[in-house]
Design a protein around this ligand. Structure first.
Ligand code: EPZ
Length: 416
């Protein structure tokens, strides 16, 4: 158990480099199992979720070497097909191994990912997609078992544009006979990155980033080297950190088109944002204007930035309304912010945030990685000392968050 101790230390100032996207690295690491040979991946963040995924690949027979943000993999001809519960239970993204292994090895057994603090996290859309392609899927003893000798392309409509289901079905369809069409597909940039990686290996995926993705089956994929996109959620978190401390922070290595929903919202709140090629400069202002937020699948406002925004809106001059439309439990952060003096009322999927003059340091707990990051940001702006417990949850998705914030002038230390 570790915790962050944060003391208000004025505005954040300076320049930081944004790391590779966690939610692109995880599906792309799973997709490496769809070929054999040597693959070098660049810009892979050294965070807990990636460490767990690399551990699972090693368990399946892949040799893994990491030099800073570069990962070198050697994938054998025949990898294992069963993911052990002990490893998979730590990350939901282990479910992405189903599509990759079903495609390459015609079989896969992966533990059903447990629910977590943000929602029930079902897999019904993933399973329905595999079944429409002709796979036999059973649920036994907490495992999802998928079998399918020769999958056949088909049309699949996703009731909800699920990121994971879109990625899993896209991978499962790569070797299927004929064409697969995924309708109402998720459009996140991380899905486009996965499709680009698959196509670089010789797949035929078209339309990623739109709500209709078409995959034409091929015989095999060949290993290729690849660099993944920057993490728009890490970037957004630092943009909000600049705003909440009324600081001036320049983010290097960002793709601002991936951040448009946040840029628009922060601009509406009076934050000054300047886009230069490959970097963004964010200048916070003394007066933070209230704003209303509805989280939606991309290109709507991202649910992963809803928590940091709740912290910022707690200090706005007026009332803001947040509607969380993606994960049912994601508003529970309000309880922890209330401990710091925030005035937030939650009714169902809506939070009414009445801005206050200032937040007060307190002992709080990270409920999930984004809520944890939000509490760190609140601590940067609060009077007194804030202790955020279960910091290891935050490290699942943020590489050296405390170090990067200290570099920008924050008074934050990690205590085991
Ligand atoms: C991905 O999770 C991300 N994780 C999440 O980031 C992100 O919040 C989420 O997409 C939404 O953008 C990774 O990419 C590893 P979904 P995923 O399937 O794929 C429902 C973070 O903090 N649903 O799009 O699990 C589900 O219950 C994490 O980095 C079904 O009903 O998200 C949820 O309400 C958190 N049936 C909604 O869809 C299914 O079969 C969105 O889930 C699948 C999903």
């Amino acid at each position: 158990m570790s915790r962050y101790i944060i003391r208000a230390n004025g505005p954040l100032e300076g320049k930081i480099n944004i790391g590779g996207a966690k939610n692109a690295a995880l599906p792309i690491l799973a997709a490496t199992l769809m070929t054999s040979g040597e693959i070098t991946l660049e810009n892979i963040p050294d965070i807990k979720d990636v460490q767990v995924m690399l551990g699972i690949l090693e368990h399946l027979g892949v040799s893994v070497e990491r030099q800073e943000e570069t990962v070198h993999l050697v994938i054998p001809e025949n990898t294992g097909t069963e993911v052990p519960y002990g490893l998979a239970k730590n990350i939901r993204a282990s479910n992405l191994l189903l599509g990759a292994l079903l495609a390459r090895r015609q079989r896969a057994s992966v533990p059903l990912p447990g629910g977590c603090n943000i929602g029930s996290r079902p897999m019904d859309l993933h399973i329905k997609g595999f079944q429409v392609l002709g796979a036999e899927v059973t649920l036994e003893h907490g495992y999802v078992n998928a079998r399918g000798q020769r999958l056949t392309g088909n049309k699949i409509y996703l009731d909800f544009p699920s990121v994971g289901a879109t990625e899993n079905i896209m991978m499962a369809a790569c070797f299927a006979h004929g064409q697969t069409i995924i309708e109402n597909a998720a459009k996140e940039p991380e899905i486009v990155d996965l499709a680009n990686f698959l196509n670089a290996m010789g797949a035929k995926v078209r339309g990623a980033g739109t709500d209709v993705v078409k995959i034409r089956g091929v015989q095999e994929l060949r290993p290729v080297n690849y660099a993944i996109i920057p993490d728009r959620i890490e970037a957004g978190t630092f943009m909000i950190a600049a705003a909440i401390t009324r600081g001036r922070v320049t983010l290097e290595n960002v793709i601002s088109t991936h951040l448009q929903p946040l840029i628009a919202k922060l601009t509406e709140m009076g934050v000054e944002i300047r886009e230069e090629n490959g970097s963004l400069t964010v200048c916070g202002t003394e007066c933070i204007l209230p704003a209303d937020i509805k989280t939606l699948p991309y290109p709507g406002f991202p649910t992963d930035l809803q928590s940091p925004m709740m912290a910022l809106l707690s200090l706005a001059e007026g009332t803001s309304i947040i509607v969380e439309n993606v994960f049912e439990y994601r508003l529970t952060l309000a309880e922890e912010l209330r401990r710091m003096g925030a005035e937030i009322k939650v009714e169902g999927q809506t939070a009414f945030v009445q801005g206050v003059e200032s937040l007060k340091g307190a002992k709080v707990r990270a409920l999930d990685l984004r809520a944890g990051a939000a509490l760190v940001l609140a601590g940067l702006a609060a009077t007194g000392t804030t202790e955020v417990f279960e910091a290891e949850l935050i490290e699942r998705g943020y590489q050296r968050l405390d170090e990067k914030l200290r570099y920008l002038g924050a008074d934050i230390e990690k205590v085991e």
